[in-house]
Write a protein that binds this ligand. Sequence first.
Ligand SMILES: *Cc1c(COP(=O)(O)O)cnc(C)c1O
Length: 226
Amino acid sequence: MSEDTLSQRLHALQTQIPPHVRLVAVTKQVPVPVIRHAYALGLRDFGESRVQEAQAKAQALADLPDITWHLIGHLQSNKARPALHLFPWIHSVDSLPLAQKLDQLSQDLPHPPHLLLQVKLRPDPQKYGWSVPELLAALPALSQLHHVKIVGLMTILPLGLTASERQQVFSELPALGAQLQPHLPLREYSMGMSDDYPQALAAGATILRLGRCLFGERPQETDFVS
Ligand SMILES: *Cc1c(COP(=O)(O)O)cnc(C)c1O
């Protein structure tokens, strides 16, 4: 992709994104020189689905001091330790055992990680995440975790919804967050990808995770695996 295209796409997006919304540029399968260009254009938050791929990129970009890496793909608990060392934000916390393991490992970290709980607002066997009843049941245990900051909720929509259905489903995420607030101080809603970010913004997203609408199509899909 030409560098001008990235800059044009970014500028077009920036006119649509309010200043309080954080844009996470999803760089899975995006080569390091393109990430460098995105950095030069002002982007600082980058999202990756796989710990190993992100480690290699972070190493290659270690001269850029103020990148914030976000883990957005499923995390296997045996990779929790390296994930915590790389990612100050983990959007894909999808089970109580994983949350507890992250909490335990975070005791020794200088800064507590920001965690988001990945919620399935509709049943979807293809995806990881808590159903709403599962999340409600886990609340007492989650509110005992003191070495991590559980700051928000993340969701990925099922395919095949109309635009108005998308906005309707997305709007359930901040509503759920408000319902959980007595137990967890939730304020971040990570929702919206290239095909549905306008509806996510309309429904109250505070973080967008955008890949293809910045960097173009990926050669092959390896989503949701870490
Ligand atoms: C790949 C991915 C994205 C970005 O998707 P695009 O359609 O490229 O914008 C966002 N969130 C998650 C969890 C992803 O795996």
